[in-house]
Design a protein around this ligand. Structure first.
Ligand SMILES: [Zn+2]
Length: 121
């Protein structure tokens, strides 16, 4: 296995230890370092390289977590825009531009409201 030979000696030793203790090498790899993961007899999944437990999220759930993160980023961006709009609105004297700013703010609020409903769903 070429992949294993690229890993530091320490983790190779650790992996050998794990196999000797009856742990199974899994087809999945560590999200941190991409080393193969091992399942201990106790059912715990560990990375021999990082020397820590790894929790495997079932497929589908992983996608949901990812989507949640993306929506969170979008929500943050919308909130930041709204704050910036608030500043502009407070300083704007021109009625025409105020109207335009109000429209943008309204659109941002609508987007934020929809996004929040989506996140709760
Ligand atoms: Zn790792």
């Amino acid at each position: 296995m070429e992949l294993v030979s690229e890993l530091p000696d320490d983790s190779m030793k650790e992996m050998a230890e794990l196999l000797r203790s009856g742990a199974k090498m899994l087809s999945r790899s560590c999200p941190e370092c991409s080393s193969p993961l091992f399942q201990l007899k106790s059912g715990e999944i560990v990375c021999a390289n990082c020397q820590r437990r790894v929790v495997i999220v079932p497929e589908g759930e992983e996608a949901a977590v990812e989507a949640g993160v993306q929506l969170g980023v979008l929500e943050k961006a919308l909130v930041e825009r709204l704050v910036a709009m608030g500043d502009k609105l407070a300083r704007e004297e021109d009625a025409g531009r105020l109207k335009a700013l109000a429209e943008v703010t309204d659109a941002l609020l609508t987007a934020l409201e929809r996004l929040r409903k989506l996140r709760k769903a």
